[in-house]
Design a protein around this ligand. Structure first.
Ligand code: ATP
Ligand code: MG
Length: 714
């Protein structure tokens, strides 16, 4: 008891010791909501609740890991289920796959897979894309799934022209996914929510088994997530949720603030706890955050105070351009370190979009400052890695057409686009997976003799690989690389780029397989490995133990805290994002996003904007964000930039030591050397960057992984 409630306030203890019955913890940032969740789990265990009766759902894998670490300190090694919504649903769906028309070994399509499946469905549905782009169609379908709208009911609703087109594609897309024994990220929630709705026995079984469900960051749940936790808390309404309406930042993914605002209506006997003391930030930082969020009209006012000592003023800084911003920030980090009061891990730099970090990477690298970019999916998006993964996917799930299309001619084996097209047509006509079509190649009259031979030899390669599937993952991957002569293929075809050596990526992938075998000596299956990879979220690669500066998007920063924070690019069109400015609700969400960023800071905070910024190859005049004019100048140091400077001079004017003594381990090669994509949707697995607008939210519910995380990050 003591260890569990010792360092808690009365209000926190009140929440922690409330075990049975619904519980709502509604409070501002840094007030200990997440802390309450972990302490409450420890308390329940102490009161005799069995660990397998508890599930704690988060939005990112990172948040779940952190919870696990905190719980381990209070109650070591308890098998309490903690993870993202997407991971939770993925695991449940394995058990109940047949209820929704899948088999247990179903595959989870990533963004790119979903996109190519979508293209094929658009083609097969025969709709024109002149009034609705594939992205708009994908986004409309994604939204429908997040609202649990079935293909049939979407067809009955008449909406915008693009929705009508989407409504025609939706059933075809779903049918093709089921045929491929695959789901996209939205389906994880959608199928599971429908399963609970349509199968009272399953629902009752899970409700009885998982008696205590907790959801952190409940303000970001969408309708599907809401339906899931609600369905599992009917007979045992011990649902505990925490949230802060002011931190709701996933509206673009269908998050519905009403889920938290109506919680008291949903559960009339709820116990509501409000926490008012902030333990994270200085009063100055809190004052700035508070002033900003007061400008949102759709909110309930709430007071936050802190007993923390006064800190330095919040800095509001103007730079000439993005390059100066990057250099000056790197210099600032270096000088704070030289002053001796900070380490690299104390710093985080947040931005609205990933693309903004490129110049920062450059500046940090030039000064030998170690950094990490929180964007875990990147590795798994590399060509070599995707190729190998596609083989594994097809081995695991022979109906995985997207994988087959990727690898049937990789490495090249003279199976061209025409052959592939004919194979696909045959599969579509027969309504069979493409691999099965390949097995029936003799019956496809349109194929030449030579093509048939090539296809047959691919099938026999496939069968050889599949036989190895029962061995360890390491053996399977080694065999795969050898049998396909994959390294030779890479050496033949890839131009070695300065920053990425494809052969090394294959080695790294092999290491991931070895690591997986090691971590799962008994329960390691190919399927489990693929699931883990599919649900990697942005924040997964983020390791506290690394003493590095962290670069991440504002969305990925949710729930985290850092002693020293920079928010860069606080400019009009970036933050608020230009597509959010027309709509009041979206504008308020952008304001909340900045609020989330500001409230991550414990001791020191700088917000910055530039006079000019180069975006997508265009060097433009930038205007300070309207949000900056809403901040209280009394608590801030406002510093304008007068210096005219040479844009490309990034040497700075400081003397740097030859080597920093904090750099203990050498940074892995690809760390910081990687190419940055401006397409943030692409990088999203489970919790991820929002797409640039709600319209392009392509199947993006994968947060929590990321992740949001499906991350869980979905
Ligand atoms: P957010 O809304 O940003 O997710 P939160 O409400 O979940 O914030 P926590 O992350 O749980 O807040 O707590 C913020 C910080 O305050 C953490 O470092 C936590 O350890 C600390 N903290 C919370 N409660 C107390 C307490 N009673 N005594 C000391 N430290 C506390
Ligand atoms: Mg929290």
């Amino acid at each position: 008891m003591d260890a569990i409630t010792k360092n808690l306030t009365a209000a926190q203890t009140d929440a922690v010791t409330h075990v049975d019955g619904p519980l709502l913890i509604i409070a501002g940032p840094g007030s200990g909501k997440t802390r309450v969740v972990t302490h409450r789990i420890a308390y329940m265990l102490q009161q005799g609740v069995r660990p397998w009766q508890i599930a704690a759902l988060t939005f990112t894998n990172k948040a779940a890991d952190e919870m696990r670490t905190r719980l381990n300190l209070l109650a070591p090694d308890q098998p309490v289920w903690m993870g993202t919504f997407h991971r939770f649903c993925a695991q449940q769906l394995r058990r109940y796959a047949s209820f929704v028309g899948l088999s247990e070994n179903y595959s989870i399509y990533d963004m790119a897979d979903s996109r190519s499946a979508m293209k094929r469905a658009i083609q097969a549905a025969g709709v024109s894309t002149s009034h609705a782009t594939p992205e708009q169609i994908a986004s409309a379908i994604s939204k429908a799934k997040n609202r649990l709208i079935t293909p049939e009911s979407m067809q009955q609703q008449s909406g915008r022209a693009s929705d009508a087109v989407a409504a025609r594609v939706y059933p075809v897309y779903q049918e093709q996914l089921l045929l491929a024994n695959a789901v996209d990220f939205d389906d994880l929630l959608y199928h599971f929510a429908r399963l609970l709705r349509e199968n009272p026995e399953v629902r009752g079984e899970l409700d009885a088994k998982l008696k205590y469900i907790m959801v952190d960051e409940y303000q970001d749940t969408n309708l599907a997530q809401y339906a899931i936790v609600r369905a599992m808390s009917v007979d045992n309404p011990n649902l505990a949720v925490t949230g802060d309406p002011d931190q709701s930042i996933y509206g673009w993914r269908g998050a519905d603030l009403n889920n938290i605002l109506d919680f008291e209506k949903d559960y009339p006997h709820v116990k509501t706890v409000r926490l008012e003391q902030n333990y994270r930030s200085t009063p100055n930082i809190l004052a700035v955050a508070d002033q900003l969020i007061r400008h949102n009209r759709r909110r309930k006012a709430k007071e936050l105070y802190t007993d923390n000592p006064d800190g330095e003023n919040v800095v509001l800084r103007q730079y000439q351009d993005g390059y100066e911003e990057a250099d000056a920030i790197a210099d600032e980090i270096a000088s704070q370190m030289i002053a001796g009061n900070a380490e690299p891990r104390d710093f985080a730099i947040f931005c609205r979009m990933n693309a903004l970090t490129r110049s920062l990477e450059h500046a940090l690298r030039n000064r030998g400052l170690p950094y990490q970019i929180v964007n875990g999916v990147e590795f798994y998006q590399r060509k070599e890695v995707k190729d190998l993964l596609a083989y594994l996917h097809l081995i695991n799930n022979p109906a995985h057409d997207v994988a087959l299309q990727r690898i049937i001619n990789t490495p090249a084996r003279s199976i061209g686009a025409t052959t592939l097209g004919r194979l696909q047509n045959y599969a579509d006509e027969q309504r069979i997976p493409m691999l099965q079509a390949a097995r029936q190649v003799d019956e496809i009259d349109t194929l030449s003799k030579r093509s048939k031979t090539m296809v047959r030899s691919f099938v026999s390669l496939y069968d050889r690989l599949r036989k190895k599937a029962t061995e360890s993952l390491e053996d399977l991957v080694r065999y795969l690389v050898e049998e396909t002569k994959y390294i030779e293929y890479l050496e033949r075809t890839s131009v070695e780029k300065e920053d990425a050596n494809p052969v090394e990526n294959v080695d790294e992938f092999l290491s991931a397989a070895v690591e997986f075998d090691r971590m799962h000596p008994e329960d390691g299956s190919l399927e489990a490995f693929l699931e883990q990879v599919a649900l990697v979220s942005d924040t997964d690669k983020f390791e506290d133990s690394n003493n590095r500066v962290t670069l991440m998007t504002l969305h990925a920063a949710k729930g985290l805290e850092f002693p020293r924070v920079f928010v860069i690019g606080v400019e009009d069109d970036l933050l608020p994002h230009y597509r959010s400015k027309q709509d009041d609700q979206q504008l308020e969400e952008e304001r909340r996003l900045l609020f989330v960023g500001i409230t991550r800071a414990k001791q020191w905070l700088q917000l910055s904007y530039a006079k000019r910024r180069s975006m997508r190859g265009d060097f433009r005049v930038a205007i300070p964000s309207m949000f900056l004019s809403e901040l209280p100048r009394a608590d801030m140091n406002v510093i304008e930039s007068f210096a005219d400077r040479d844009f490309f001079d990034d040497s700075g004017d400081m003397d740097y030591p030859d080597s920093w003594d904090f750099v203990q381990e050498p940074a892995p090669e690809e760390e910081g050397e990687k190419e940055y994509r401006s397409d943030s949707v692409e990088s999203s697995a489970v919790t991820t960057d929002p797409p640039e607008s709600t319209e392009t939210a392509v199947a993006s519910s994968a947060v929590e992984s990321p992740t949001g995380d499906a991350s869980d990050s979905v």
